[in-house]
Ligand binder design. Sequence first.
Ligand code: BTN
Length: 241
Amino acid sequence: MKKINDWQWYDYPEVGSTNDEIRGFLTVPQQKIIVSARRQTAGRGRRGRSWIADEGNLLVSLALECGLDKLGEMIFIVSLSLLETVKSFDKSAPVKLKWPNDVLLNGGKLCGILLEKGEGDYLIIGIGVNIVSAPPASGMLYPLSALAAAGINVTREEFLNRFVAQFDIVLSLWKENGFTPIRQRWLQNVKGLGEEIVVNMENGSKKGLFAGIDENGALLLDSERGIEKIYAGDIFYLAGK
Ligand code: BTN
């Protein structure tokens, strides 16, 4: 076990999914745990998709006690921290956020975030970052990107250390000031505000202008029916990159 700030960090050569492996550590309250692995044999993404990664990419889960009612806000805290981490390596990197929980580099998906409930009040935050390579895009909904392809050469350990420091900063801001400053900073870094999008949901799709997010993180879609709130879905930008 190593430490990053006050987090306990366990790194493995191979696991099924770091989001599952971390569950074994959540028996003691008040811990801040990180589990990472070089390889996953059953990495998973949102909505039942799988997550494929070459060795050298970051595969990590963090667990902290914060209450499941905060899950919605945590998505924005994590994605904003990931964006700030990339910028800390290259402040002019073309990195943007995409609702609800993607981080884009050069318009391609760089990171994926999967939040799950753990034991008690523990929240499990699974993060995949394409450090050295983007997996083949076949079967993926979006184009993918990697840090190395954009000339940002860091190791998964360097990225993780920098991310945890950034996450702690954003977490403190949220604990002291609530969701408002997080939402503001997220909106300053989001792709395509005011642009035309399509939102694919479980029960169909909707088209309109991307009007931002509300005070709880719901997507605001400016459509012919007025401003609609959308709570889950995948968005596509019609103007391309
Ligand atoms: C997405 O669909 O965008 C979310 C992908 C999340 C992948 C990460 S990799 C580390 C952690 N373990 C998993 O099995 N999934 C998450």
